[in-house]
Design a protein around this ligand. Structure first.
Ligand code: UDP
Length: 239
């Protein structure tokens, strides 16, 4: 029953950008591949929780620019994350991987409510737990939520899967060809030098609680499994 009980537990953050393949809506090819790679890691005994972003549908700050009240736009953004969760759930289940979706905004027909102790039990039973609807609160980001959930359910690492970049660099590698990738980086340097490819709220919560974060590139085949099982790819942010 508790096949993965004492194994490594990680939180995988997937941005909405990855789900959309750069467009609005979902790119099923990408999600299917990510689902396969997650399943492979669970097969190797890893406990995997996932926080899914929603930028491929809506971002509150962008909706605000277009004239929608900020908090309502944020709720639209959170609802978008849930569609991504259901898509990922579907492809995981197709792989034969048991899953549960838990949302921060209750919607009983499609998901369980967020219950941390229950999430831990699911993980111990080898189920993938997918967290949706962010924190359920406007003005938060799914990056920040991934640190919070990871802390609350005691994950060893947060694994931030990125599109278009495979770690943290000394400068933006898309603009600066001589930029170097860090293998390791302190929270402090990432914050002060404004290097991280995540928001400052997420990074400062990680620093205050010494939550290790590995930033890695999602696009290369096999990378999701590698990150989940603990291979040293990308950049590790720690003390
Ligand atoms: N959001 C929010 N509170 C949260 C998480 C998300 O208000 O706790 C909203 C916010 O508007 C955000 C959108 O949901 O822009 C989508 O999430 P995010 O931008 O973090 O997704 P990603 O960039 O990872 O695709």
């Amino acid at each position: 029953d508790d096949k993965n009980k004492n194994s490594r537990r990680v939180l995988l953050k997937l941005s909405g950008e990855a789900f959309g393949g750069g467009k609005i809506g979902i790119d099923t090819k990408v999600i299917r591949r990510i689902a396969k790679e997650i399943h492979e890691a669970v097969d190797q005994g890893i406990q995997v929780a996932v926080v899914v972003g929603g930028g491929n549908f809506f971002r509150g700050a962008e909706l605000q620019q277009a004239g929608i009240e900020r908090t309502r736009g944020d709720y639209m953004g959170m609802l978008g994350t849930v569609m991504n969760c259901l898509a990922l759930q579907d492809f995981l289940e197709q792989e034969g991987q048991a899953t549960r979706v838990q949302t921060a905004i209750t919607m009983g027909q499609v998901a369980e409510p967020y219950i941390p102790l229950k999430a831990i039990r699911h993980l111990e039973k080898g189920r993938v737990v997918i967290f949706g609807a962010g924190a359920g609160m406007p003005y938060f980001s799914t990056d920040t939520v991934s640190i919070q959930r990871s802390l609350e359910i005691h994950c060893d690492e947060v694994l931030m899967g990125k599109n278009g970049v495979d770690g943290i660099y000394t400068a933006d590698p898309r603009k600066e060809p001589t930029a170097q990738r860090f293998e390791t980086l302190s929270y402090q340097r990432a914050l002060v030098d404004n290097l991280a490819v995540m928001d400052a709220a997420a990074l400062s919560m990680a620093r205050e609680n010494d939550q290790h974060i590995r930033v890695f590139g999602l696009e290369e085949a096999g990378n999701v499994t590698k990150a989940l099982v603990g291979k040293p790819i990308g950049t590790l942010v720690s003390n």
